[in-house]
Write a new protein. Sequence first.
Length: 193
Amino acid sequence: MLAFLRGSVLEKERGRAVILVGGMGLEVFLPLSLYERLPAKGGEVELYTCLLLREDRPEIYGFGDREERDFFLRLLKIGGVGPKTALALLSCFSVEELREAIRSEDLEKLTVVPGVGKKTARRLLLELKEEKGAPVEGEAAADAVAALINLGYRRREAEEAVREAKARGAQGIEELLKLSLAYLGRRKEGKEA
């Protein structure tokens, strides 16, 4: 996989750029939010990338950070979402805004994106909301995970416990920790029995 590139901007148009890397000009498709931040011609740029093999040619997609690229790849796993639709979603919203729309099940927000109808939006909400192993989100949740790790739990266990606590309605750090520790205690008792 072509995961990262560093080079200078050779040319840029809305949603795409040609980046000069080692004497080669690579065409890279970009979310509009990143395109607007690209330096002028000749400026240096670093991109996290994804190489997709299309029917007739390879295509490179570029992102400002790893999180955005990884979210793009998650979107591609959803039926009915191709690279153009995934790029359109990331052009209209940041990763955090998309996560919030998914958390709050905001169907209307997602259907504003060109190429995303109600059927695709419902599929996005369903598949991304149910996705196991998704990172915990929010400052309180991140603090709760860090506290559990400091108590000796592995990151995977801590994240699972905090997700479970959030699913039970916990919101503040104290409530998240209380329910997370109770969950971890129940799991430990179940394994020892």
